[in-house]
Design a protein around this ligand. Structure first.
Ligand code: SF4
Ligand code: SF4
Length: 331
């Protein structure tokens, strides 16, 4: 386990100042590909997207988290839809098990692959044998625009039989029996009941439908606290590391440096674009020379909506390619 002083920012702090927390969990995006294209997907996944995480990259994150946090790393496997690459999913879980790194904390799915009870049972038995702790099944009006609710019900039922109720999480159970309509009215009701962050695709039509804040209301909403306090990262199939759920803001790439080095070198007030977000919040991005010409929207849903909208503008102008990417997150 590392000492918190091994982080470059933490070494500059006076006693009592908030520090960069030690990362102890990671969501591995096996792919950006998905049969669905949910209106609230933070990573803008869909059938036209690609990428497949190599086994070695996934295992490298496990090892790094163990070195950072000194415990059994908390890893969840997600996407895109990880079951689209079933063989790779299993290869990764097995490799972690062989190295004594496992078990996997969670595998997330939209259930689109569970087209029959037999297929569902066969795969769930395999996950059971590999001691996957939790299967998380998405169930809300966004997902049900693409996956029939009957299929999700069947998957949830079989998963409960095979894995046991404590190892199955349906997000959200109430919509299993009483689904909302998969239209804007249903989406808005869902995010009122279970608020979401307006990043990725959620910063599109969904955010515009609920936007109620003028630009000046977002003044002073900076992100330093979030950047420092978040203990989890997401890693995409190309090795890009994002903090928390800030999709499309790259802290580093695993093809260049292992995760523990990205953590120890992470200084939220040194790096140019991230510094702006940390100190001034997304409204500060408007002051960047590359953002001149950005036309503010009449209203925003929250600061992440503004952040994503501005970053899209910057990405369209190829600005900050080391920090803003990959393009999959912005399409
Ligand atoms: S939210 Fe999940 S199911 Fe929906 S598009 Fe994104 S990855 Fe696919
Ligand atoms: S405003 Fe941007 S940097 Fe801040 S939390 Fe939201 S997505 Fe992340």
């Amino acid at each position: 386990m590392v000492d918190w002083r091994q982080n470059v920012y933490n070494r500059t702090l006076k006693p009592g100042q908030p520090r960069v927390k030690i990362w102890n969990s990671a969501g591995l995006l096996l792919t950006y590909r998905c049969r669905a294209a949910c209106s609230f997907c933070y990573y803008s996944c869909g059938p036209d997207k690609d990428g497949l995480m190599p086994v070695e990259m996934a295992i490298g994150v496990w090892r790094s988290l163990r070195d950072l946090a000194g415990q059994k790393p908390k890893i969840h496997l997600t996407g895109g839809e990880p079951f689209l690459y079933w063989d790779r999913l299993i290869e990764i879980i097995r490799a972690a098990d062989t190295e004594g790194l496992g078990p996997v904390d969670m595998v997330e799915t939209n259930g689109s692959w569970a087209t029959s009870a037999e297929i569902a049972a066969e795969r769930l038995r395999m996950l059971d044998a590999l001691a996957v702790r939790t299967l998380k099944i998405s169930c809300d009006p966004f997902h049900q625009a693409f996956v029939p609710i009957e299929q999700v019900r069947t998957l949830a039922r079989i998963a409960t039989q095979i894995l046991g109720p404590d190892r199955v999480q349906v997000r959200w159970t109430r919509y299993l029996q009483s689904p909302l309509t998969s239209d804007m009215a249903g989406y808005i009701q869902c995010i009122r009941e279970y608020p979401c962050r307006f990043a990725g695709r959620a910063a599109g039509g969904l955010a515009r439908a609920v936007a109620d804040k003028h630009l000046d209301q977002l003044q002073g909403q900076n992100c330093l606290g979030y950047l420092l306090g978040t203990k989890g990262v997401h890693v995409d199939p190309y090795g890009n590391v994002f903090i928390g759920q800030c999709s499309g803001i790259i802290l580093g790439n695993l093809k260049e440096r292992p995760l523990e080095e990205i953590w120890s070198g992470f200084d939220p007030i040194k790096a140019s674009l991230i510094r702006v977000l940390a100190i001034d919040g997304p409204i500060g991005l408007m002051g960047l020379p590359e953002a001149s010409g950005y036309e503010p929207l009449p209203l925003y849903a929250d600061k992440c909506h503004l952040c994503t909208d501005l970053r899209r503008y910057l990405v369209a102008r190829s600005a900050y390619p080391q920090v803003l990417g990959p393009v999959e997150c912005y399409q």
